[in-house]
Design a protein around this ligand. Structure first.
Ligand code: ATP
Ligand code: MG
Length: 261
């Protein structure tokens, strides 16, 4: 049976597409058959990260009824399958039939389907969560991003979805909110800490996933550890470097977010 995970965050630019692709590559290197779907239908830029911005058949064709899902699957050299969106999708996006997304996803035969979600909390962001078994929440270690994640988690739980955990991306700055505090605020475990990594820019420039072309880089290693954790191959890695057990400031942050003590 296919396991469907949505990579979600209401905040734009938090690292959903980067996480979807690199987690997909990492899971694929562990022997899983993975398909990453660009479920960010209004701004579908997943394929840009892979050097193939203008795929002839996309999820938009599938949702508008002009192609079958099987025609929209492309195999990346890493082994991961990709279902891209149409970059010129803004015209007619409102008319796409999102209700049928689940049926189309049902035609993917992979072990794992990763849905790269749209930012926001509207119909588009909800549609990928709705058809997922679990929701992986991506956040940056700063207060506005964590505040967004709180809303994302509430939306997922309001839809009866299991939150697999929180992935902190672009981490490692002196000013970061500590991992323990993120867990206290969000009341969910941080299951991955992806460091800010210069190799990411190089990979984007080369239009390849960092996990494919720089597998030993800090971010690729962190995505590999996350994939190991999610497939049960490993317990959570020691992330103490990102946590000093501080609680200073967490009360203030919870207060700022309107949370109880
Ligand atoms: N660990 C990292 N180190 C450095 N840069 C990163 C890292 N993770 C992501 N980025 C960069 O952050 C930017 C935003 O990432 P990404 O496109 O994955 O976010 P997103 O949540 O999918 O955005 P959107 O909401 O617009 O879809 C990109 O330029 C990406 O290369
Ligand atoms: Mg994205």
């Amino acid at each position: 049976m296919t396991f469907v995970a949505s990579v979600s965050s209401s905040k734009g630019g938090s690292g959903k597409s980067t996480t979807s692709i690199n987690l997909g590559v990492a899971l694929s290197s562990l022997g899983k058959d993975v398909t990453v779907v660009d479920a960010n239908l209004s701004t579908p830029y997943l394929s840009m990260y892979l050097g193939a911005p203008h795929a002839p058949v996309t999820l938009h064709h599938v949702l508008s009824g002009t192609a079958h899902m099987k025609e929209a699957i492309y195999e990346h050299s890493s082994g991961v399958n990709i279902v891209p969106g149409s970059i010129q999708s803004h015209k007619g996006f409102e008319n796409l039939n999102l209700e049928n997304l689940q049926d189309h996803i049902g035609h993917l035969n992979s072990d794992i389907v990763i849905l790269d979600g749209a930012p926001g909390l509207d119909r588009e962001a909800k549609s990928s969560m709705k058809i997922s078994n679990e929701v992986l929440v991506v956040t940056n270690p700063e207060l506005p991003s964590v505040a967004h994640s709180l809303k994302t988690i509430r939306m997922a739980e309001g839809m009866g979805k299991k939150v697999s955990g929180v992935v902190l991306t672009r981490a490692g700055h002196e000013t970061d909110i500590h991992k323990d505090n993120v867990e206290t605020i969000l009341e969910h475990s941080v299951i991955g800490v992806i460091p800010e990594d210069e190799n990411m820019k190089r990979a984007v420039m080369r239009r390849e996933p960092v996990s494919s072309i720089y597998p030993n880089s800090p971010s690729a290693v962190a995505y590999h550890q996350l994939a190991c954790y999610l497939t049960g191959k490993k317990h959570l890695v020691d992330m103490d470097q990102y946590s000093d057990g501080q609680s200073t400031g967490v009360k203030l942050m919870r207060w700022a977010l309107g949370l109880r003590e």
